[in-house]
Design a protein around this ligand. Structure first.
Ligand SMILES: *Cc1c(COP(=O)(O)O)cnc(C)c1O
Length: 362
């Protein structure tokens, strides 16, 4: 349904500014950590919420990124449309099911096979067509267990071009599990001689040569999010979440603000901003998160509502006006800090941004 009042964009609401140059700078930074090693891009979940088409096209055309990873075949098929047939390898982490096999074939997607059954089904339906193999090295999530590897290696017409695994604890580089998984990976990969190897996502890519093997699979670092339990200042900010001030008011001591009537203990200048949990800004940030406005920090006061957040702008020197823009991460506050204040991680904050948040590229 459309009519005189329908709009394609929410012009008075929140948006996220996406700096594709910064995305490319992060890709180049990761690539430069590992000379001679190929760097792929993980673009699952709509490129971590930042837009599959814009992100993948920028990385392919400006940085000549040749390998992409997605989670689902549908994401891979969309990516194939954007990138065309001559490009790159598109790997699908979740692997093929009987009902998605035709999509793999049509869109020329490369499956990441996760067990013996998937591997033999693929070899039967697509004999000789390359596939990747995910080996479980201790995460117990996806991937073939060690005791299936001999049987997988012996499958007729199975053409494995890449063997990969995934680190459970790369958010903490000194965690002993990293070293254990690395050893297990080397051991398991020995059953597939001559095949390219990939162990590391963003965290492992920044953990040094021992973790690089032949191919890196960064996701979050490309988007400026730290993969670690602390911020990573070497990454460039890519996404900035912004929202306009829609109303200003003064609340005196003894008054309250928002749902649940959060008590105001001293005279406070409040800016009501057009952003809420309905846009994916976590309600857990109530009373903890901060915005950056007029070159100053302004804490969130009271409960975050579906469409609105109240900021304490009392200590902002330049008087805040209706229409001024508050930044919730990207400048003044990092994605990592805001995620932490919302009791989550950069991954969840980015992928949670809702459809109402306009994506603007520059
Ligand atoms: C999501 C994912 C990645 C990318 O992880 P980041 O931590 O975002 O770099 C790499 N490999 C696998 C198997 C994944 O699921």
């Amino acid at each position: 349904m459309s009519g005189a009042y329908s709009t394609t964009q929410n012009t008075a609401g929140p948006w996220v500014d996406i700096d594709l140059g910064a995305l490319c700078a992060n890709y180049a930074f990761i690539r430069d950590q590992a000379p001679g090693v190929e760097t792929a891009a993980v673009v699952k979940c709509d490129a971590y919420g930042l837009g599959l088409e814009a992100v993948a096209c920028a990385l392919a055309s400006r940085e000549n990124c040749q390998i992409f990873f997605v989670a689902y075949p549908e994401e891979g098929a969309a990516l194939r449309d954007y990138l065309g047939v001559s490009t790159p390898d598109i790997y699908v982490f979740n692997g093929p099911l009987p009902e998605t096999m035709p999509l793999f074939e049509q869109a020329r997607l490369t499956p990441v096979l996760n067990d013996f059954e998937q591997a033999s089904a693929w070899a039967q339906r697509m004999p000789g067509v390359v596939a990747a193999l995910h080996i479980d090295t201790g995460m117990n999530r996806l991937g073939a267990p060690f005791n299936e590897l001999d049987a997988i290696a012996a499958i007729n017409n199975l053409n494995i071009s890449l063997v990969m695994s995934h680190l459970a604890c790369s958010s903490a580089p000194t965690h002993p599990k990293n070293q254990l998984q690395r050893e297990c990976f080397i051991d398991a990969a020995g059953k597939f001689p001559g095949v390219r190897l990939s162990l590391s996502a963003s965290g492992g890519a920044l953990m040094g040569k021992d973790y690089h093997f032949d191919l890196l699979r960064p996701g979050i670092a490309l988007y400026g999010g730290s993969p670690f339990d602390e911020d990573e200042p070497r990454l460039t900010s890519v996404a900035a979440l912004r929202a306009p001030v829609v109303q200003l008011r003064d609340a005196g001591a003894g008054e309250s603000v928002g749902y649940g009537a959060h008590q105001i203990t001293q005279k406070t200048r409040l800016a009501t901003v057009a952003l809420g949990y309905g846009d994916g800004f976590p309600r857990a940030g109530s009373g903890h998160a901060e915005a950056y406005i007029s070159n100053a920090h302004a804490p969130v006061v009271g409960r975050i509502s579906m469409d609105l957040i109240s900021l304490d702008v009392s200590s902002v020197k330049n008087p805040v006006k209706t229409g001024d823009i508050a930044t919730f991460f990207g400048e003044g506050v990092s994605l990592f800090e805001t995620a932490k204040a919302c009791n989550t991680i950069p991954y969840e904050l980015l992928t949670g941004l809702g459809a109402r948040v306009d994506r603007r590229y520059f």
